[in-house]
Design a protein around this ligand. Sequence first.
Ligand code: BES
Ligand code: MN
Ligand code: ZN
Length: 516
Amino acid sequence: MTDATAAAITDIRFKGKSEGLTGTCVLLVPQGGALSERGKQLDSASGGYVSKAMQASGYKGARKAVLELLTPPGTELDRLLLVGCGEGAATETAMHWTEIGGVIGGTLTARKVKSATVIGELAGGAFDPAAAADIGYGLLLRRYTFTKYKTGRTAVEETPSDDKPGNGEPTRLDVTVETRSHRDADTAFAPRRALATGIMMARDLVNEPANALGPVEFAERARALTAVGVEVEVFDAGQLEAMKMHALLAVAQGSVRPARLVVMQWNGAGNARTKPIAFVGKGVVFDTGGISMKPAKGMEDMKGDMAGAACVTGLMHALAARKAKVNAVGIIGIVENMPSGNAMRPGDIIGSMAGRTIEVLNTDAEGRLVLADALHYVQERFKPKAIVDLATLTGAIMVALGKEHAGLFSNNDRLAGWLREAGEATGERVWRMPMDPAYDRELDSKNADIKNIGGAYAGAITAAHFLKRFVGDVPWAHLDIAGVAMASNRSEINESWASGFGIRLLDRLVVEHYEG
Ligand code: BES
Ligand code: MN
Ligand code: ZN
């Protein structure tokens, strides 16, 4: 069984103007409904059918609105899809065209179209290559589904029907996007394809159930990044013991499946001595809560408690595959949090690589234990320029921010500002939360150096302060992605349970501030 990612079933090509349009075509219509040259040609060839249909349905090209015209007379077309594209060309952002690509991908998929041409023309002329590439990018992301376990053999025998989407294999789709320069569009599409592949890799990891993806299996998927030139090291439980990663190992000790720590390095800066930017991810393949066990309702979602680690893995893939001119290191701590006769207990006092002792008052506050060791390790070994960690760390961040923003915590205003801007540009938005010694004091422990939970309130903030105690002076940001990485709001570019959140955001951060 292989992962049926969109990449395998979607072919995107770019070309100049097509002669003789046939099959399914997409016509981009700017706000207000003015038709482009070829829109007008189709309209007159069809005896005004296009404009009459627009009029009859009140269609004026509102952003993302779709109007489907079947077999327009006087043309060779089976179907003409009008897609509202806002202001049109130059004034629109990359995010806009990416979303339009998503709308097109969703529309074609819902109609089970197998091949289509996007007429690359706006009122202002031929279509910009970067915008064409963004359309391809969004289309690819929207096409992602996780169907590898759907065999089509459902319990009740259903009458096969061509009108219903099948249960098994998703359908193939070939899309040609016309553009002013197909060469430039190909060049622009390459890094976007690299990102899309990384994002889909992360979505696959998060969607995968925990029985199939334990720490060992996750580490093997990360090891596969060697194929794109990432240096990958996998540390097993014995090695982690020797490294004194007692906090990470304490979480893993209740599970029969042993912990792993994976270090991924991409050295694209051209100078191996350039200090790297570091990404650290929480990789709890399943979080039962341990002895402080979670209630049954919704616990299945905890298969996604490794979304931070999945993001780091997908990001490292993307950076390497697009040959980013940056030195980056990705570190993921991978464990399973289970109750058992060997599990850590509330009240246990454990060690950590930093030498600090931790009083564990709730075994469900496990992500911070994993990150404490990973954060200490990355600083000691790599002396990074900056660290960004990602974790599905607290339910409290969802209480605070819902599913619209990830929680951002940082000891550095400049880094926080950069992340905020990258979030606005990519749509992966972050909202900065306060940090303050008053919150930090809640972590003081009677019996050890620190305890792993704060008081009843501000749970996301005290969690961030726990991490901060394991971070030195290095610029650091923590992203609490519990509300945005899984079971998140579906969007034009994601229909899947797992969003792959963070890869577009952090790639953008690298492009803007750490590359070249
Ligand atoms: N993995 C959870 C946080 C979480 C909850 C992520 C819901 C996604 C959806 C984390 O390990 C956890 O259990 N946090 C506790 C911390 C508490 C015990 C201090 C929480 O948020 O309740
Ligand atoms: Mn937990
Ligand atoms: Zn957790």
